[in-house]
Design a protein around this ligand. Structure first.
Ligand code: GLC
Length: 628
């Protein structure tokens, strides 16, 4: 490139230099052996430069702002909300009209569930993308996405959308060219002339959707080829060993970044690199690719951050936030799947032993330049990611505990409060995943059916317990659409042919705006109490600087198996968060709080003093306190 002249050019050159090793150094290890590596490097630099040139000035200012406050996403005022555009507001234009509602709830971050152009028919909820440069026409246009994003920015709301990296729809232009016989495009995917290699890979692969999409490969007669299809038949895995795929995805990524999006949720990154004899998940090259992608964003769209969706075991998850050589340089955000699993596990068992063990053993007090996305429900099922080793460490059998959790949340277990649906039962492994909304899993559906007043109270409290937990643990709490109104399971998906095979639709209800109309008369209905409760939790979180994502989280022992406790070790003094996972009254003496550093005995959640007579802190059923 010629010597940079303008301010813009010089800024780009500076950003390129700053991240050169993170991009090209890492890519050289992946692709350096290829004779075309230097051409690839030039092409990639050109893609970055073009994207920078095309970046609107408004966004370059946003880049500057975020250069000046690089911790913006770790701040306590970050509160997220996740929704399907059509189910929430019909279309993008509708979303623009709901921003007041989101602000009332205290939201500063929204995740629009898959909204790029999907394949026709079943598209795995939009995760089978046919065109990354167009919006799903049912939802609106790219111009509207840009406009809604700008409207969000004007209200201090950051916007996240999905970027599906592992696969495209088989109707994507690249796939169609491959199908028509174009060899360059065939190399974008993983295609095999016979089933020798697929069979060899299968011996160590797991099945993601065993019930309706068994196996990891699909044979196409017209091409006489086997294609790698980890998820559904219509989702063709990309060949990330081909540097051309890397370039194409960077182009897509920066195109979306230039529409104003702040957070890219990188879908299913664990699967990007295949290696014979392994599960082909979370291979070291995956982290190199993600490190390089992050560097590409940092160069050409610096205000953009990456959320990595790796729903894997606790030990396997942490590297997605950057460990070892990738420390501080990989995902800025990653889902804390374990916190979600352990929340439901402890609720069912009325025992937090496993939860404390997992959180203490697998997660460091803090991570560099990154934080978690915390949640208790999302659009996907709950897989019981409890390892045999972790279960054994607290004296239970992993297999039995996982089976118990499935039975409990399906609702079959005697005494269960939950209503859920099984997802992808795997006869071979005994694995049974669970679908269901927060409210139904927490007991509201059953309690309403039984006209059980105490049951309703408990369900409301369980929902609020979960939200108070995810708002204080560390990370951006993500409220899943409808949970703030305690929406129940929606069984109508069974009548929709494209959805009937996929019980995850039970917890993807259409927003019930008639419920919100009832909110003003305040708090009497379960949904009113849940809405007020969640809005309160988010507001209190935003008001407490000690909930910054960089602050260490230390798991504490209370000596009571029904209580989960941790301290956020803020420089201004610790915040001791305690959660009662049972329907029994209990308490902790003030001396216990003093012993772990909390001396003011002020509950930051209720914003009131906590110590009762005799100095002990009463903890009613499902109590949650944030004691300073
Ligand atoms: C992610 C999504 C899930 C989807 C899968 C395949 O796990 O969250 O909904 O089925 O990726 O794209």
């Amino acid at each position: 490139m010629a010597k940079p002249r303008t301010f813009n050019d010089r800024l780009f050159a500076l950003r390129l230099e700053r991240s050169r090793d993170d991009l090209f150094g890492v890519l050289e290890r992946l692709y350096g052996h290829r004779p075309d590596f230097s051409r690839f490097s030039d092409d990639l630099t050109a893609v970055l430069h073009e994207a920078w040139e095309a970046r609107p000035e408004r966004l370059k200012w946003r880049d500057m702002e975020r250069d000046l406050e690089p911790d913006w996403f770790q701040r306590p005022e970050m509160n997220g909300y996740v929704f399907y555009i059509d189910r929430f507001a019909g279309n993008l234009a509708g979303v623009a009209e709901k921003l007041d509602y989101l602000q009332d709830l205290g939201i500063t971050y929204v995740h629009f569930m898959p909204c790029l152009k999907p394949r026709p028919g079943d598209s795995d909820g939009g995760y089978s993308v046919m065109d990354y440069t167009e919006v799903n026409p049912k939802l609106g246009t790219m111009d509207e996405l840009e406009a809604v994003t700008r409207a969000c920015h004007e209200r201090g709301i950051s916007v996240c959308i999905d970027l599906v990296l592992n696969h495209t729809a088989k109707e994507h232009e690249w796939a169609e060219k491959a199908r028509a016989g174009n060899e360059s495009y065939r190399d974008y995917y993983l295609m095999f002339v016979d089933d020798t290699l697929p069979k060899a890979y299968e011996t160590t692969l797991v099945e993601i959707f065993p019930a309706n999409a068994p196996g990891n490969f699909t044979y196409y007669e017209d091409m006489d080829r086997w294609v790698w299809t980890t998820f559904n038949e219509h989702q063709w895995d990309l060949n990330w060993a081909n540097p051309q795929v890397f370039i194409e995805m960077v182009r897509v990524m920066l195109y979306l970044a230039n529409k104003g999006l702040d957070v890219l949720r990188l879908d299913a990154p664990a699967f990007l690199w295949k290696r014979m004899g392994t599960r082909c998940q979370s291979e070291p090259e995956v982290h190199m690719l993600l490190h390089a992608l992050r560097a590409a964003s940092r160069i050409a769209a610096p205000s953009v951050i990456h959320l990595e969706e790796a729903i894997v075991s606790p030990a396997e998850m942490l590297p997605y936030l950057g460990r070892g050589e990738h420390d501080g340089k990989e995902g800025n955000l990653a889902y804390h799947n374990s916190l979600m699993v352990q929340f439901w596990s402890a609720l069912a068992a009325r025992d937090t032993g496993l939860m404390s063990h997992v959180m203490r053993t697998h997660f460091p007090p803090a991570v560099t330049n990154a934080t978690y996305a915390t949640y208790i429900r999302c659009h996907d099922d709950i897989g019981w990611a409890v390892t045999d080793e972790d279960a054994a460490a607290v004296g239970v059998s992993g297999f039995s505990h996982r089976a118990f959790l499935s039975d409990f949340y399906e609702g079959g277990f005697a005494g269960s409060f939950a209503r859920g649906a099984l997802f992808q039962v795997n006869e071979q492994t005994g694995d049974k995943r669970i679908s269901g909304t927060t409210a139904s899993l927490a007991g509201l559906e059953k309690a309403l059916e039984d006209h059980d007043v105490d049951g309703i109270d408990h369900a409301v409290d369980r929902i609020l317990l979960g939200h108070a937990l995810m708002a204080s643990y560390g990370g951006i709490p993500l409220v899943y659409m409808g949970d703030e109104l305690a929406l129940l399971n929606d069984y109508s998906y069974l009548d929709v042919p494209e959805h009937a095979h996929d019980s995850r639709w039970v917890h993807r209800p259409v927003m019930d705006w008639t419920r919100t109309a009832r909110l003003p008369d305040g708090g009497a209905t379960p949904e009113g109490r849940v809405f007020e409760g969640i809005a309160h939790i988010l507001a209190r979180r935003a008001a407490v600087p000690g909930f910054h994502g960089a602050v260490a989280t230390e798991i504490l022992e209370t000596g009571q198996k029904g209580l989960f406790a941790f301290a956020r070790r803020a420089p201004t003094g610790p915040i001791v968060c305690v959660f009662n996972f049972t329907e029994a009254w209990t308490g902790l003496p003030a001396s216990w709080f003093a012993g772990v550093g909390a001396t003011k005995m002020h509950d930051l959640l209720s914003d009131a003093p906590v110590a009762g007579p005799g100095g002990s802190v009463a903890l009613p059923p499902y109590a949650r306190v944030w004691v300073a």
